[in-house]
Design a binder for this molecule. Structure first.
Ligand SMILES: Nc1ncnc2c1ncn2[C@@H]1O[C@H](COP(=O)(O)OP(=O)(O)OP(=O)(O)O)[C@@H](O)[C@H]1O
Ligand SMILES: [Mg+2]
Length: 286
């Protein structure tokens, strides 16, 4: 009887632990320069404004630039954690706008090559901090390479960014195809960036949704568009996010809509039944 109760309590605790973990969103694209990093930072801020605790992880191992957009020079990154010089908690940077970030380990082309011990301690560290966050946003590089697909497969959802340019649309389809092949059933979302009208955004999204349905028998859900807005490059030059600098801009209003849309997606449409350790366990091939 007592043992039963103990088991029940343990199960309840497990359940609570699981539901309180961060929702992991990987942001990616086929073509480079379509606005992934800009989206990662500013969507993160929109979610913070909606009362969520957000951790941004710059996983663009080639060219880490989330910190540049935030005007921050990180002293330490994941490399220092991997080497055992710092704990994960010690390298988290809290920005003035309430967004937390982790700088990726530039120079590590594949995290899967980590030694066993470093891998396990990294997974444990992420497990430990996960309940403190509602969202973890992962900014990746562009393309269909192993790194991009690697970060997509363990995520709860993948957000593919495209612009209305035909080359960007074709490449978005390319990256969707590699994700569908490597992680069938992965919830896929789409954001059309730099549109000149909402109609254009809608048309581009429909094209991507239709070709994915027709050729891959998979579903992509459009979660909004972002207007072409001169405040975006202006804020990049000032090294401050446009969502903070120009909260009333067209781009910022679009992000409010995207954030509301994301928060309205029911939990059963993505995977919340595992601890966040699963993400890094899969990422690191442990
Ligand atoms: N909505 C927008 N309106 C105007 N300019 C934009 C918009 N979104 C992004 N840009 C501009 O596009 C450029 C590329 O943006 P960003 O660095 O976010 O792209 P990226 O996809 O992360 O690039 P990379 O593939 O190199 O990582 C930036 O100079 C930014 O100012
Ligand atoms: Mg980028």
């Amino acid at each position: 009887m007592v043992a039963d109760q103990a088991t029940g309590l343990r199960e309840m605790a497990e359940k609570n632990k699981v539901t309180s973990r961060a929702r992991v969103l990987t942001i990616t694209s086929g073509k480079g320069g379509v606005g992934k990093s800009s989206l990662s930072v500013n969507l993160g801020l929109a979610l913070v404004k909606a009362g969520k605790k957000v951790l941004l992880f710059d996983a663009d191992l080639g060219m880490a630039n989330v910190n540049v957009l935030l005007g921050i020079i990180p002293k330490f990154n994941l490399y220092h954690v991997i080497k055992g010089h710092k704990t994960l908690r010690e390298i988290i940077i809290s920005t003035p706008d309430g967004l937390d970030m982790i700088a990726g380990a530039s120079g590590y082309s594949s995290l899967a090559d980590l030694p066993e011990e470093a891998r396990h301690s990294l997974i444990e560290s992420f497990d430990e901090i996960s309940p403190e966050y509602d969202f973890m946003i992962i900014d990746t590089g562009a393309g269909v390479g192993a790194n991009v697909v690697g970060f997509a497969s363990p995520a709860d959802e993948v957000i593919v960014v495209t612009t209305p340019e035909p080359t960007a649309i074709t490449d978005a389809y390319g990256v969707i195809k590699s994700i569908v092949m490597s992680s069938p059933g992965k919830p896929l979302r789409l954001i059309v960036n730099r549109t000149t009208s909402s109609l254009e955004g809608k048309k581009v999204a429909e094209r991507v949704i239709n070709i994915t349905r027709q050729f891959l028998s998979a579903e992509v859900e459009s979660i909004g568009f972002i207007y072409e807005d001169e405040n975006v490059p202006r804020s990049v030059r000032k090294q401050q996010p446009y969502y903070s600098l120009y909260p009333k801009s067209k781009a910022s209003s679009c992000l409010n809509a995207v954030s509301a849309r994301l928060l309205n997606i029911p939990e059963d449409s993505f995977q919340t039944n595992e601890s966040i350790g699963h993400f890094f366990r899969r990422l690191l091939g442990a």
